[in-house]
Design a protein around this ligand. Structure first.
Ligand SMILES: [Zn+2]
Length: 180
């Protein structure tokens, strides 16, 4: 069989061709579209400090979220509008609540609650400032260490409430609070 006439400069493939990475929806991180209201009644944005990345459990993991210190029983309110997707109790978070954004691309996570606001239920549509629960010390908050753990997670619309990628909410909490 006659040799093919190859151009002298024809590139020689090295090994298997590698397909260019196609961006998966999960890998796309975009900025949250707008500021978040401070989700604890009576707390000014200037008094909240950034606790993202702080060591937890003796450095075994990093803190993903913003801790907002407040007195026990202080109302916890929605930082952004959405729909309450899950009421959940876990060893780490204690009594928690997950709100999904209207486009289902963000999860807002409220943890260490002492309890839920009256009437709160899964499927409930909430707007910014609506009552969700009360500041507590449930889960691994530490007894008497009353604070709200607020988490922000980027998701695809199809992902579940326990999936997604955590994003530091602090820059959005530190911005101009959303209008009620
Ligand atoms: Zn926390």
């Amino acid at each position: 069989m006659a040799a093919l006439k190859l151009l002298p400069d024809a590139p020689v493939p090295l090994g298997d061709p590698v397909a260019p990475p196609s961006p998966s929806p999960q890998a796309v991180i975009s900025a949250h579209d707008g500021p978040l209201a401070i989700p604890v009644a009576g707390i000014a944005s200037g008094s909240v400090s950034d606790s993202w990345g702080d060591p937890r459990e003796n450095g075994l993991r990093e803190h993903h979220g913003t801790d907002i210190i407040a007195a026990a029983g202080t109302p916890v309110i929605a930082a952004a509008p959405g729909r309450i997707e899950k009421l959940w109790t876990s060893a780490a978070g204690g009594i928690t609540l997950y709100v999904r954004s209207p486009k289902r691309t963000w999860l807002y996570y409220y943890a260490h609650l002492s309890g839920y606001a009256p009437g709160v239920h899964e499927g409930q549509v909430v707007k910014t400032g609506d009552p969700l629960g009360f500041v507590g010390d449930t889960g691994n908050a530490g007894t008497g260490n009353y604070h709200l753990h607020f988490g922000l997670t980027r998701t695809t619309p199809e992902q579940h409430w326990y999936e997604g990628r955590d994003v530091d909410p602090f820059p959005y909490l530190a911005g101009k609070p959303a209008a009620r």
